[in-house]
Design a protein. Sequence first.
Length: 158
Amino acid sequence: MASVAASLARAPLAPADFNARGNSVAGVKLRFEAPEDSHVDHFIVAARSINENFYRQRVVLSDDGHISAMTLGFNPGDAFYISVASVDRQGHGSLFAYPEVRCDASACAIPNYAFDVTAPLPCHHHRHATKTPTTTRLPVSRRTGEAQPSPVLPPAHS
């Protein structure tokens, strides 16, 4: 675990504003903004089946940004999720861009639920420790994919 954290600390930033066009039959064209730090050497694309939780294949993205389902280990027409990460010359990889994009035989699109993020609110009183934490929907930055502080918080437990 410590080695993963150390590698991420040395890695370039993740690509921003990630999206993809095309479909899993004709191929996918990736679009994103490269991070501003200058030590990015190349980008890798990762994909996973819509029935899997982990990326199964990682490949270096070509200069034209186009990739086929077969290159990613899928048959044309299969549905999959795809994302991209930055890599430096030493092989340190960034986190993958969020949200990932879902591609199938008809199109690629960011899932409509991608920004539905909830986070538990802290309970400041130990006497409520057995209760389920309250959750609230936090707005998520489309640029960074990070939860943003809510301008209005519900009242604290009494």
